[in-house]
Design a protein around this ligand. Structure first.
Ligand SMILES: Cc1cc2nc3c(=O)[nH]c(=O)nc-3n(C[C@H](O)[C@H](O)[C@H](O)COP(=O)(O)O)c2cc1C
Length: 454
């Protein structure tokens, strides 16, 4: 049983959270985890997340399932980025993306090893999740998702067609043969696998259960961290993700031997709620909470021995929401029914979020009339195939009176960011971000296990 043991009367006037990973310096040990399809939350998708991560001097791991091209993300800012890889049945697709990532300055490959098949995500199945075109795969892969999904989750159908379930340890050699970048394995939960990974010469390990989206009833990550750290015995850095929602969670993970933590859903909540500033806010919030925890615990006097260096963080301001829809997908025309359900049920604020995600707009079939009637809300400008929507009034006016105040308040913690994301996102997208596998037992446990350390 572990406990925080706050000690007193030590000078904590200067606290520095900075650390390094594979030689790259970061302002704090809080990293942006790879998560798919940021365009569900923001029209500019992963480019915005990357800018926010750069502004917070932290590292971002770009997902293989990103909705923006890795080249666009790379050119959007000068931050350090790692590239997360899935291995597809068609190895050439994965190899091409590794080469592109290398060429565009990504500094490491994070190979996700917990997804030989996709976990059963029942919310996505029920919502009949619509998958936008994954722009990195354009021209590389031709999968008729609609044909396979048969009215279920597009993601499930896509994954069943693409993911290589035969991926195994010897393939680390294959990966090494196609890249000189350091390789980090993400998705390790046992000492045995950690030892194998170290023996194969990987450069790092992420203790992860994929945010509880794969095997339900797999252990909470914080509960197996020590086992892995002990097995690795300092040979390579061990990172952790899953359920990190507070600075105290970060502190606990570091105390149990993690070099840094990755944060998944909170980043998406921030992106959905407030765009770039929202992501910055979420990172700074966790950094601020970690700093306070360190001050109140006093690191030297704490049970755990962690090295820290001091740092401060700055302010941020709201930005204007200007939305550009860059893609009009054919998918939507054929998914007319789901689109109608979405738009019919959601507020206009939500409609425009759906649009941003690149899932809209079949101009003849969809909700043209609504936009005309609401012209003081939206000004539509059409430029050939590009549709630009400028939000001309505060979105909060769309919300019911009881919710309005909540929308105006600045979220003070990750839970409030989550609530905000839930308010603004269409259910289908929020559920995709927030959901876990099957009974979501591990999803709850990822967070509960942190709470048991106090
Ligand atoms: C919406 C969503 C999409 C994800 N997509 C990926 C992905 O493409 N590749 C990957 O390795 N992990 C993916 N993950 C898992 C995250 O990298 C990370 O392990 C997890 O989100 C951490 O848990 P947390 O959300 O509780 O912070 C995804 C997670 C979420 C929530």
């Amino acid at each position: 049983m572990h406990r925080l043991r706050p000690r007193i009367l030590v000078d904590v006037s200067k606290i520095d959270m900075s650390t390094t990973l594979l030689g790259y310096k970061m302002q704090s040990p809080i990293i942006v985890a790879p998560t798919g399809i940021h365009k569900y939350a923001h029209p500019e998708g992963e480019v915005v997340t990357a800018r926010a991560a750069a502004a917070c001097n932290t590292l971002m791991v770009l997902s293989f399932s990103s909705s923006r091209k890795l080249e666009d993300v790379a050119s959007s800012c000068n931050s350090i980025r790692f590239y997360q890889l899935y291995v597809y049945k068609n190895r050439e697709v994965s190899a091409t993306l590794v080469r592109r990532a290398e060429k565009y300055g990504f500094k490491a490959i994070v190979l996700t090893v917990d997804t030989p098949r996709l976990g059963r995500r029942e919310k996505d199945i029920k919502n009949k999740l619509i998958l936008p075109q994954l722009s990195n795969l354009e021209g590389l892969l031709n999968v008729d998702v609609e044909q396979v999904s048969k009215g279920g989750s597009d993601l499930e159908a896509f994954a069943s067609q693409t993911l290589d379930p035969s991926l195994c340890w010897k393939d680390i050699e294959w990966l090494r043969s196609i890249t000189s970048l350091p390789i980090i394995l993400k998705g390790i939960l046992t000492a045995e696998d950690a030892i194998n990974a170290v023996e194969l010469g990987v450069s790092g390990i992420v203790v992860s259960n994929h945010g509880a989206r794969q095997l339900d009833y797999s252990p909470a990550t914080i509960s197996v961290l020590e086992e892995v750290v002990k097995a690795v015995s300092g040979a390579v850095p061990v990172l952790l993700d899953g359920g990190v929602r507070r600075g105290t969670d970060v502190f606990k993970a570091l105390a149990l031997g993690a070099k840094a933590v990755l944060v998944g859903r909170p980043i998406l909540y921030g992106l959905a709620a407030k765009g770039e500033n929202g992501v910055k806010s979420v990172i700074k919030m966790l950094q601020g909470e970690l700093e306070l925890t360190m001050a109140l615990c006093d690191c030297y006097a704490c049970l755990f021995d962690i090295e820290w260096i001091s740092r401060h963080f700055g302010c941020y301001s709201n930005d204007l929401l200007v939305i550009t829809i860059v893609k009009i997908t054919r998918q939507i025309c054929t998914k007319r029914k789901q689109w109608d359900e979405l738009t019919g049920l959601q507020t206009l604020a939500n409609i425009h979020l759906s649009l941003h995600s690149g899932l809209a707009v079949d101009r003849t079939n969809c909700k043209q009339r609504e936009f005309d009637q609401e012209s003081d809300w939206f000004r539509l400008q059409e430029k050939s195939s590009r549709t630009k929507i400028v939000v001309t009034k505060d979105r909060s006016r769309e919300l019911r009176i009881g919710e309005q105040k909540k929308m105006e308040d600045e979220p003070v913690n990750i839970r409030e960011f989550e609530e905000r994301a839930k308010q603004v996102l269409p259910k289908m997208f929020f559920d995709y971000y927030n959901g876990g596998a099957e009974d979501e037992h591990t999803l709850r446990e990822n967070m509960e296990a942190f709470k048991r350390i106090m």
